[in-house]
Design a protein around this ligand. Structure first.
Ligand code: IPE
Ligand code: IPE
Ligand code: MG
Length: 236
């Protein structure tokens, strides 16, 4: 059988369209988010079965704080539930949980839950699941810049020797393979401050499918499209 990943080691998804999914069905937005979590669970399992090495999911952006308080509280509630209910499955399936973004700014109980889950799954090697929480690529680059500035001041990094590698290594995704495929659901054609640096040579895939409807078949379609691309990295 052909490799279902088509050689993609790292896939990232902007999981968009929960609100519109609910609206179309005349349901409250919160139910759209709930269905969105089910889609996450399904896609994480599917990616694991396919042998994807790393997956990064955009769950809450640094700009999503601009939403009404009750929606933010629904999303945080779902996050609590998800970590609690799925952590054992991660342990069983060899999934290493990672969080990118400034998650330490979330509620203390969530931060503790996350840190515990990260610790519990730290030795897992089958797949890395990076969840982007309070993540914005500009914020990530700002934090990396602070780190590098301090490292040059202390002499740890020589300013003349500062390289692309140093920047990559200062980002939240430092220990992950290069990004191969970036998927966005729900028909929006923008990156919304997601993985701006890492997407430099990623293949982009946009689908009108709303996130709660994104299933194994949709992932297979995206990977097939990825497999049909010629990646040139500036060469010829
Ligand atoms: C994505 O769905 C989930 C988050 C951003 C947390 P949206 O809530 O953005 O759904 P739409 O874009 O309004 O349909
Ligand atoms: C991007 O979706 C963020 C996540 C999927 C978590 P948004 O719905 O927040 O993006 P915009 O506002 O339409 O650009
Ligand atoms: Mg949206």
């Amino acid at each position: 059988m052909a490799d279902p990943t088509y050689g993609a080691r790292h896939i990232a998804i902007i999981m968009d369209g929960n609100g519109r999914w609910a609206k179309r069905k005349h349901l409250p937005r919160a139910l759209g988010h709930k269905k969105g979590v089910e889609a996450v669970r399904n896609i994480v399992r599917t990616a694991g079965r396919m042998g994807i090495e790393a997956m990064t999911l955009y769950a809450f952006s640094s700009e999503n704080w601009n939403r009404p308080e009750d929606e933010i509280s629904d999303l945080m509630g779902l996050l609590r539930q998800y970590i609690q209910s799925d952590i054992e499955e991660f342990v069983e399936n060899g999934v290493r949980l990672k969080v990118i973004g400034n998650y330490k700014a979330l509620d203390t109980d969530i931060v503790e839950m996350i840190d515990e889950a990260i610790e519990k799954t730290a030795g897992n090697t089958k797949m890395t699941l990076a969840v982007a929480l309070n993540y914005g690529a500009q914020d990530e680059l700002l934090r990396a810049t602070h780190y590098i500035a301090a490292a040059t001041q202390s002499g740890e990094i020589e300013l003349d020797k500062l390289s692309i590698e140093h920047i990559s290594n200062a980002l939240d995704t430092a220990d992950m393979p290069p990004l191969d495929l970036l998927i966005r659901t729900s028909g929006e054609l923008r990156l919304s401050n997601f993985l701006l640096w890492q997407a430099a040579y990623a293949e982009l895939y946009f689908t009108d499918t709303l996130w709660p409807d994104f299933d194994q078949g949709e992932l297979e379609k995206a990977l097939k499209s990825f497999g049909s691309r010629e990646r040139r990295f500036g060469g010829r």
